[in-house]
Design a protein around this ligand. Structure first.
Ligand code: PHE
Length: 336
């Protein structure tokens, strides 16, 4: 029996050593079905003199094992705490997690630059509806039904008289109807045309239109405003050039080029060897348009200009396909 107790003690030590957890050790050696309890049960077979001696031995062994297990449990607890402290340690000197910060889309960025430049010159920003009456988009702008110039601005019709605006110029008309000169506005916004999408066309794009109406406004004012805009937008050395053109709503009309900011006008790949890049249409507001909007052309005059925001964005950021701007592939957009 003594040997049996010794054997139990040895196997308890080995079990404790080999890392069994305290709870399962307690069950294995001291539990109701444990090894020591089995010894106690076997004591019935002993003689009455031997029984108390053995009982004492068993109790001593129980105490020894209990102590060893308790020690083991204490060690386990300490270890767990140490690990917890280690794993939950906060090093306040470590740099924080990087939050990735987004930025404006190239179109929004370009539009904002335009807004800022014109606001700086005293313009206010006015917006108008994208679903527009034929009257505001065409008729009031001196483009009566069947006018051939409507062809270049074919758009999407909702009814015969309601369409998706093909230009931001209808905002001019609304502004003139709703306010008295002096008027000094820009109207950035989305426009639509029935053009299939390719590298330079999109059925939806953005324009920024400008309008100034007051007494004594001349083409000189138009030139001055556009020159300042071009310098702010494309760099201080930028020059502008007016080429005669035709728009039904302005007279005279011009297409406006800026000197190439890449080569300074010498001719390069960006300007296709021209030295100039066309960016906008402009002119003096046609007297018919003024009177259509209730402004007396004998008293007031004005100028207007309009440009495509995408066109400027493509040139500025050196992007060669318009469609890239609408695909919203973050890998592309992140570059700007
Ligand atoms: N609205 C014209 C276009 O879309 C541009 C323009 C605006 C031209 C104002 C002259 C004056 O082509």
């Amino acid at each position: 029996m003594k040997e049996l107790l010794e054997k139990i003690w040895q196997s308890a030590l080995a079990a404790i050593e080999s890392g069994n957890d305290a709870e399962s050790l307690r069950i294995r050696f001291l539990g109701k079905k444990g090894e020591l309890t089995a010894v106690l049960r076997g004591m019935g077979a002993l003689s009455p003199e031997e029984r108390p001696k053995m009982g004492q031995l068993v109790n001593e062994m129980r105490e020894k094992i209990e102590n060893a297990i308790a020690e083991k449990a204490a060690k386990e607890k300490e270890e767990a705490l140490k690990n917890k402290l280690l794993s939950e340690k906060i090093d306040v000197t470590l740099p924080g997690n990087d939050l990735s910060v987004g930025h404006r889309h190239p179109i929004a960025e370009t539009e904002k630059m335009m807004r800022d430049i014109f606001i700086g010159m005293g313009f206010s920003v006015v917006e108008g509806p994208e679903v527009e009456y034929d009257y505001y988009n065409f008729e009031a702008l001196n483009l009566p039904k069947n006018h051939p110039a409507r062809d270049t601005q074919d758009t999407f019709y909702i009814t015969d008289n309601i369409l998706l605006r093909s230009q931001t110029s209808p905002v001019q008309v609304r502004a003139m109807e709703n306010s008295k000169p002096p008027i000094r506005i820009i109207s950035p916004g989305r426009v639509y045309r029935a053009d299939p999408a390719d590298a330079t066309h999109s059925p939806i794009f953005h324009q920024c239109e400008g309008l100034v109406v007051d007494k004594g406004i001349t083409m000189g004012d138009l030139k001055g405003v556009l020159e300042l805009f071009a310098k702010k937008m494309f760099g201080e050395d930028t020059r502008i050039r007016f080429r005669p053109h035709h728009f039904p709503f302005t007279e005279p009309s011009a297409e406006v080029d800026v000197s190439c900011w890449e080569c300074g006008g010498k001719g390069c790949r960006l300007c296709k060897g021209e030295g100039w890049i066309e960016i906008l249409g402009a002119g003096m507001v046609h007297p018919f348009v003024l009177s259509n909007c209730g402004i007396d052309p004998n008293v007031y005059s004005g100028f207007a200009f309009g440009m495509g925001i995408e066109r400027v964005a493509l040139c500025r950021f050196g992007i060669d396909d318009l469609r890239l701007l609408y695909e919203n592939d973050v890998r592309f957009l992140e570059q700007f």
